[in-house]
Design a protein around this ligand. Structure first.
Ligand code: E4P
Length: 218
């Protein structure tokens, strides 16, 4: 399973990259705003700064909601850097834009996906990635992981090439469960990724090894 980090914070992206396990980055307009990145030019520069840190795909989201606007914006984003994947919302105009981008060879990430039907449409339009938001489903008492499982079944039934990018991952167990189900990619915060490292037996085991080494070498 590929690991993407879901942030526009350059320090956190660098930290995740330094771990040696990072495969890409996802951003969205809220994450950009959280970092204080505003204004068209600054946002574009920020995408380039992210691409300079990581080797993999970087999702950059369109903010137009009509087909023509999305096409213009998406083409400009794709021209920015070869690592950019154009993130398009799962709405009617977005679906048309994804189908258009697919024909043009522009890679897409279909975002704000909350149902199997939406994921099916994204795959039929040729999206590179589909982003089901598991945390936001959990927030409304609906099991987000069941959606990942169901999309996996449907995509496998028809051998769709669209990659399942489990998004809105909130914690470490979401990552583990997504890996068990067979999500292709997960995107989550640094804290959830680093949570995978932790085990009390690792800490106590290491403490004992180091103490025994110190006894024998003092
Ligand atoms: C997906 O790419 C989104 O950026 C993201 O995962 C949304 O997560 P949230 O529900 O924690 O805001």
């Amino acid at each position: 399973m590929k690991f993407f980090i879901d942030t526009a914070n350059l320090e956190q992206i660098k930290e995740a990259q330094a771990l040696g396990i990072l495969d890409g980055v996802t951003t969205n307009p809220s994450l950009m705003a959280k970092e204080g990145i505003t204004g068209h030019d600054n946002i574009l520069k920020h995408y380039i700064a992210i691409c300079d840190i990581v080797d993999g795909d970087v999702s950059a989201e369109v903010v137009c909601t009509d087909f023509e606007g999305m096409v213009k914006e998406g083409e400009a984003l794709a021209d920015l850097h070869p690592q950019i994947v154009v993130k398009v919302p799962m709405i009617k105009e977005g679906l048309k834009a994804i189908a258009y981008f697919t024909k043009q060879g522009i890679r897409t990430n279909c975002t704000l996906v909350f149902s199997v039907g939406q994921a099916l449409l994204a795959a039929k339009a040729g999206a590179t990635y589909v982003s089901p938001f598991i945390g936001r489903l959990d927030d409304i008492s609906t099991d987000g992981l069941v959606l990942i499982e169901d999309i996996r079944t449907v995509y496998d039934n028809y051998e769709y090439e669209t990659k399942i990018l489990a998004a809105s991952v909130r914690h470490t167990m979401h990552i583990v469960e997504c890996a068990k189900i067979g999500a292709d990619v997960m995107t989550g915060p640094l804290k959830a990724i680093e949570g995978l490292l932790k085990h009390p037996l690792t800490d106590s085991g290491l403490e004992k090894f180091l103490a025994d080494y110190a006894k024998g070498n003092s």
